[in-house]
Design a protein around this ligand. Structure first.
Ligand code: 6GU
Length: 273
């Protein structure tokens, strides 16, 4: 997979040299190219932003540097043999970045990221490239960052670990929380490793039992417990047909009940954890 990033802070992307993404690059699974947007400015001050039409606070990133940069990045990529580019535009007004979107992006051969600072990029730039290639405007969560560079790191890490030959164990992401079809989209429960006792704290007996059925049951119950506490929206979204008898008992203990139609589950008011 080829990745291009155009940014006014190239050094912000230095973490792409370390850890899992760095290893994917070293193994030749990822070909990363970082570009400084200011290379496509031609005035003394290397201006990339200007005041917004219509007034209001902040600054807007100008069309010309982005247009010239993207034209050249795309031309150079094609020249180098890349194909099938998609533009990934990090913005708090984008669609939510999810594991499903990470999987979709991991199946593309070439991603071009355009992290912006200030109030974002002049809309005409995105509209222009949307006529030539798929554009994904993505937000990594309901909060506002000062720029899209951190989102590029997030998206890249989520995508890189899905590439064949990057995670050692091909089974590893089948069980991910949010993996399509994982544990009916429950969060993962707690994990433990040696030593068996630490500062007077032991690990749950069932994990030492060697009884695979009981261990799987316990893990599922813990997943329910954690999901109900931290992400009740995920429980409500579950198809109740995917709950077995024990799941329903667990949910009931945790204060959930089926709606009259039996279709949705909802937290019962006034039940303590
Ligand atoms: Cl992708 N960019 C910025 N600036 N803020 C964000 C974001 C992206 N996702 C959530 N907040």
């Amino acid at each position: 997979m080829r990745l291009d990033v155009v940014t006014i802070f190239p050094e912000y992307l230095d973490p792409l040299n370390v850890s899992l993404v760095g290893k994917a690059r070293a193994r030749g699974r990822l070909d990363v190219h970082i570009h400084d947007l200011r290379e496509w400015t031609y005035d003394r001050h290397n201006t990339v932003d200007d005041t917004p039409y219509g007034g209001g606070p902040g600054m807007v990133m100008k069309t010309e540097p982005w247009g010239d940069a993207l034209d050249q990045v795309l031309a150079d990529g094609y020249e180098a043999g890349a194909h099938g580019p998609a533009l990934v535009v990090p913005t708090p007004s984008g669609r939510p970045f999810t594991q499903a979107l990470a999987v979709e992006l991991s199946e593309r051969p070439w991603l071009v990221f355009t992290p912006a600072r200030y109030e974002g990029i002049d809309r005409r730039v995105i509209d222009e490239y949307a006529t030539r290639l798929p554009v994904y405007e993505v937000s990594i969560g309901d909060y506002v960052l000062a720029g899209g560079e951190a989102a590029v790191l997030v998206v890249t890490e989520a995508v890189a670990r899905l590439l064949p030959g990057v995670l050692g164990n091909a089974e590893s992401h089948r069980d991910d929380s949010f993996a399509p079809g994982a544990m009916a989209n429950l969060l993962e429960g707690p994990v433990y490793t040696k030593p068996p006792e630490w500062r007077g704290r032991e690990i749950p007996d069932v994990l030492l039992s060697g009884h695979h059925g009981k261990i799987a049951r316990w893990r599922r119950d813990e997943a329910f417990r954690r999901t109900a506490a931290n992400r009740p929206d995920l429980i409500e979204r579950c198809d109740p047909a995917s709950f077995d008898k024990k799941d329903r008992e667990t949910l009931s203990i945790l204060g959930w009940a089926p709606e009259p139609g039996g279709r949705f589950w909802r937290r019962v008011e006034g039940v303590e954890e």
